[in-house]
Design a protein around this ligand. Structure first.
Ligand SMILES: Nc1nc2c(ncn2[C@@H]2O[C@H](COP(=O)(O)OP(=O)(O)OP(=O)(O)O)[C@@H](O)[C@H]2O)c(=O)[nH]1
Ligand SMILES: [Mg+2]
Length: 199
């Protein structure tokens, strides 16, 4: 049995992680891939467990706080159990947007996922780059170098200046990462494939 592909949706609070995760899950389901979704709180994504079960997903709710720092054991156990009980193609994880994204790797590695096996999709909300630059430099400096692909989103509502600054900020911390510019409401199949592709 092949190990599932593990996709992490990282990015600051409110940046668009859940929207991308759900679009990805929908797309993968259409392609008959089996996915598990791990989020902090199922309520947060606005879909209840029963409904997800009807759609063919198993939702594993991890209670309270952020899965990265306070509940690392429970994340590890959840993944181990998922992999024992199900034949999965993908595990999609949304860590809390307030967490240090580097903290999620140790529990994933304990579950048997080497860093090269994890695809970290970092979302940058282009409409808030000025704020990020002003007060979140340390967050950007730890998050962006870990990204395997950066999604600059909300291009439908950003100004040309904000889009230019988004490019500049990513380039400052990671010169080699592939960039995707998207409006989540008009995602193309190519963009989703580019985002999820595993080498
Ligand atoms: N116009 C536009 N809105 C977007 C886009 N992507 C996300 N949004 C909106 O941005 C808001 C936040 O999106 P979420 O997907 O909930 O963001 P999140 O990162 O999961 O937020 P938290 O879990 O609270 O950290 C929602 O209202 C989305 O509809 C986009 O490309 N364009
Ligand atoms: Mg979310």
């Amino acid at each position: 049995m092949n190990d599932p592909k593990l996709i992490l949706f990282t990015g600051f609070l409110g940046s668009g992680k859940t929207s991308l995760l759900l679009e990805s899950a929908k797309y993968l389901a259409e392609k008959d891939k089996r996915c598990a979704i791990i989020v902090n709180e199922v309520g947060e994504i606005g879909i209840d467990n029963l409904q997800m079960k009807k759609m063919g997903y198993d939702v594993w709710e991890i209670f309270g706080g952020c899965i990265c720092c306070t509940l690392a054991m429970s994340l590890e156990e959840t993944i181990t159990q998922l992999m024992t009980d199900f034949q999965l193609d993908y595990i999609l994880i949304e860590p809390s947007g307030a967490a240090d994204p580097s903290a999620i790797y140790p529990p994933l590695e304990h579950s048997g996922f080497r860093k090269e096996k994890i695809r970290n999709v970092f979302t940058l909300d282009s409409t808030r780059v000025d704020m990020f630059e002003a007060v979140l430099e340390p967050y950007l400096a730890t998050s962006i170098p870990l990204a395997d692909v950066v999604v600059i989103n909300k291009i439908d509502v950003a100004s040309p200046g904000e889009l230019e600054k988004s490019d500049m900020i990513i380039g400052k911390y990671n010169q080699t990462v592939p960039l995707l510019k998207i409006n989540v409401n008009e995602l193309s199949e190519n963009q989703i494939n580019e985002m999820l592709k595993h080498d």
